[in-house]
Design a protein around this ligand. Structure first.
Ligand code: ZN
Length: 260
């Protein structure tokens, strides 16, 4: 079983009647239920309001793939938790960013770019095209599928060039957007998936649920989690793979930590 944790900001479910009606168990609850029904995935949830946002070191250690949905409260996520999640990704945890999580601290941290885009909330039709045939994340999908009501996200999308582009979206208003992108950060697989505006029933859509389950399986790295991923050890002369003699002037003294 792949252990997935679905993280939800869990704000608009309680402050907006439409969102509360569409997602009575929260967006995170809806997504976790879909993953649990998909087979081979054991999904649980965590939310912003829990201590450490539900993402303690112990919780991350038993999470193979973390899914993230956030929108209005990105700024409320503690930097310490963001750094902990980044280290887990570098160590091999999979991370899936959904919709407005393009502006989450963790996504910007891992991308190192503004992650900005153009947008419009007009309930327009989105047509997603599979641009990478046979990609594991697109398994079982038709060559394109539609969401009748979605928020528009348009290019340019301010992210680094991805490893793979799995989906491109067209919107009724004419814009296009790279809506399914993969990266690798350290030992971790990262996937961004665009759909999922909270006032629409996107996460109830069967094709979207297929993408999410596929993405969890794709992002799962079965190798043991790497630890101390930020270490930068000094290799003393006597431990060099080939025998060498120390020569020339030196900046560092023996046993020193080195600069950061
Ligand atoms: Zn949105």
């Amino acid at each position: 079983m792949i252990r997935a944790t679905v993280w939800g900001e869990n704000v608009h479910e309680h402050t907006n009647a439409i969102v509360g009606e569409l997602y009575p168990d929260g967006l995170h609850g809806c997504i976790a239920a879909a993953l649990n029904a998909a087979g081979g995935i054991a999904a649980t949830t965590a939310t912003l309001q829990e201590p450490e946002h539900g993402l303690s070191a112990a919780r991350l250690a038993e999470t193979d793939v973390l899914l993230w949905w956030g929108h209005c409260a990105h700024g409320d996520v503690q930097d310490e938790v963001v750094e902990r999640v980044a280290e887990a990704v570098w160590g091999g945890m999979g991370l899936i960013l959904l919709h407005s999580s393009h502006f989450s601290k963790i996504f910007k941290r891992l991308m190192g770019t503004p992650c900005n885009l153009t947008w419009r909330e007009a309930g327009e039709r989105e047509r997603l095209w599979v641009t990478s045939r046979g990609h594991p994340i697109a398994r079982g999908l038709p060559d394109h599928f539609e969401l009748e009501h979605e928020e528009m996200y348009g290019e340019p999308f301010g992210v680094p060039e991805p490893l793979e582009t799995v989906f491109v979206s067209w919107f009724q208003g004419g814009e296009v957007f790279r809506s399914g992108l993969t990266w690798r950060r350290g030992a971790g697989n990262v996937f961004y998936f665009r759909p999922g505006h909270e006032t629409y029933p996107t996460f109830h859509d069967a094709n979207v649920q297929t993408v999410l389950a596929n993405a969890v399986r794709w992002a799962h790295n079965p190798a043991p989690r790497l630890t101390a991923v930020g270490d930068a050890p000094n290799v003393p002369v006597h431990k060099a793979p080939e025998k060498i003699e120390e020569r020339g002037p030196k900046l560092h003294s023996h046993g020193e930590e080195g600069f950061r």
